[in-house]
Design a protein. Structure first.
Length: 308
């Protein structure tokens, strides 16, 4: 048994296809299949049911694969320990960012940090909260930026900044004539919200006490804040946007922004890692750059704001 064989079985488990797994591992399919067959012979069990399409792990295979994932993660920490001792920035750093954060935060700091630290190899992945938490626990990513504190026992979170929600209102909506948005003003049938699985949606639904929002059929199929904003600009409905998004708008677009009445709904943006995280040098550079890139007033929760 060796590390390479464990990497191969994880690839097959991920892609559920031997050819795709071989392509990912940059080996031929016969080589990958032969190495997995050798591991199965050594263990005396079948790890995958090859009669099924897509292939699936056997019950025993699932247990072996889970242990292989733990072994590979622990093995990866050896290089991290060495790099951290030498305070080197070498090695790939995989950072997951929520889709409702990435378009507005990354342009504020990412280009500058890569120019200042060309040795850093940061890979950005846009992921929703649930798959992000799973990827962190499995060791598939190094850190994440999400919009709430983690509840998983093996994860830890540090607040980066606080971000208000704003309304984005079409000119033909009654709310457009008002200076502030109150939850009682919001009409479900004219509301564009992200689909389920986005914490951005869940936080706003809780704050506005909309347990059962009846969404427009089209709005459910759309999945992007930017798409909703274009719908509003065309004269159709209301959506919500995060504070950093407002700084990217033109003067004409800013006319559609409406703040909430006090208490203003606010989310906390959190840096999350595993508790056994080692790469503190890179993390420190990223966290410092992020905090410097946002307005100073966003670094603390204001008295008129309410966490959602």
């Amino acid at each position: 048994m060796n590390i390479q064989q464990l990497e191969y079985i994880l690839a097959v488990d991920t892609y559920r296809h031997f050819a795709k797994a071989a392509e990912h591992c940059r080996v031929t399919q016969p080589t990958l299949s032969m190495m997995i067959q050798k591991l199965e012979d050594e263990l005396g069990i079948k790890l995958f049911d090859r009669n099924l399409q897509p292939v699936r792990p056997t019950p025993a295979g699932r247990k072996v694969i889970e242990q292989a994932r733990n072994v590979l993660y622990q093995a990866s920490l050896i290089k991290d320990i060495v790099n951290e001792e030498e305070q080197t920035l070498k090695g790939t750093f995989r950072l997951a960012v929520l889709p409702t954060i990435a378009p507005y935060l990354l342009p504020r700091f990412f280009q500058q940090i890569t120019e200042k630290h060309p040795d850093m190899d940061i890979r950005i992945l846009e992921m929703k909260t649930a798959p992000t938490m799973a990827a962190l626990q499995n060791g598939e990513i190094d850190a994440a930026i999400i919009a709430n504190q983690p509840v998983e026992a093996q994860l830890q979170g540090d607040i980066l900044y606080y971000e208000e929600f704003f309304g984005y209102v079409a000119k033909n909506e009654p709310i457009f004539k008002k200076e502030l948005i109150r939850t009682s003003d919001i009409s479900d049938e004219r509301l564009w919200l992200l689909d389920e699985g986005h914490c951005f949606r869940d936080q706003l639904m809780r704050f506005c006490q909309m347990e059962k929002v009846k969404l427009h059929q089209a709005s459910y199929r759309l999945g992007s804040l930017e798409t909703f904003m274009r719908m509003v600009e065309s004269g159709n409905g209301i959506t919500f946007i995060p504070q950093l998004a407002t700084y990217q708008l033109s003067n004409e677009q800013k006319e559609l922004i409406r703040p909430f009445a006090i208490p203003k709904p606010t989310r906390e943006i959190v840096w999350v890692t595993r508790k056994d995280f080692i790469r503190h040098t890179i993390a420190g550079i990223l966290i410092e750059s992020i905090k410097k890139s946002v307005p100073k007033e966003m670094l603390s929760l204001q008295a008129f704001q309410k966490l959602v």
